[in-house]
Write a protein that binds this ligand. Sequence first.
Ligand code: ACO
Length: 328
Amino acid sequence: MEAIEIIGTGSYVPPLVVNNRDLSKIVDTSDEWISSRTGIKKRRISEGENTSDLGAKAAINALKNANIEALDLDLIIVSTISPDQFMPSTACLIQDKIGAKNAVCFDISAACSGFVYGIEIATNLMNGGKYQKALVIGAEVLSKILDWKDRSTCVLFGDGAGAAILSFGPGKGILHTKLGSDSEKWESLTCKSMALENPYLKEDVIKKEKNSNLKIAMNGKDIFKFAVNIIKLCIQEILEETGYNIEDIKYVVPHQANLRIIEFAAKKLGVDVEKFYMNLSEYGNTSGASVPIALDEMNRKGLLKKGDKIILVAFGGGLTYGCSLIEW
Ligand code: ACO
């Protein structure tokens, strides 16, 4: 029986490189603080491209890598917390930009776990029999939802997009995906939307809504603890459920939030941190785009050989988490 495989990857990041020293001219920070706390050295920032522009370019690169045409796609799923607009979806905008006329398109909201959520949704829809070729994209222009006066958040994030094309093939492909959501701590990581506004609002509501923060706000310590624990738990559980050992896994591709989170998680698992692929020093945290950007970089570098087993693992706002065990 054929399984669902990743047959192509692509990514795109805006050309402007902003390093830690550049940021120290905007907020009271330093390369030393950012590097030592997070491992981040640089990030890419959009000078005008929006989320669908980045996503479309990543999609075109993935189509080339998979050697298929946009018209072959029958499903496009975009994970984003920074859509171009509320309507239409970023997936529809990307469909138009790449000419994927035959695809069903929609966005999902699972923050930094979004790409793994997208993989799970796409594989389930494909296994239902109606879809043959899916494009899953994580695309973010986080720079537009950052508070550039808040040094505790604006130094952490970057813009970018990554994409993968899923199709049926002879390999084992996507072996197992596990998702979870834990909303008890949802307030640890937020970005609010438009305030309530209508002629019938109550006075106390109007006051409250005026203070609405439309930018990313985070309790870093809560997220740190959550992330370290959930990476460990996700990896242990997916290995248990599939019958593999960590030694069978060539790479873990984690959400690229923070070097220290990944180092702590690796230590808790008793695994060499070298098994975790990281490029966060170059791009910072690009939320739902971080895993597919890393995957594409690994693919282009030739790090992934047929038969290699990898685990994608992500965590983020919601709080959400997920992991996927894939045989390349
Ligand atoms: N530059 C200089 N000083 C700073 C900066 C900055 N950019 N940001 C905060 N500080 C200061 C604070 O004001 C504070 O100063 P004070 O002691 O005088 O009050 C001091 O540094 C320590 O602040 P903390 O918040 O306690 O710093 P902490 O050691 O916890 O590190 C960090 C903060 C790096 C955010 C950490 O909590 C962390 O890694 N959290 C994980 C969050 C994360 O990675 N989120 C990514 C997004 S979420 C996601 O992707 C799921």
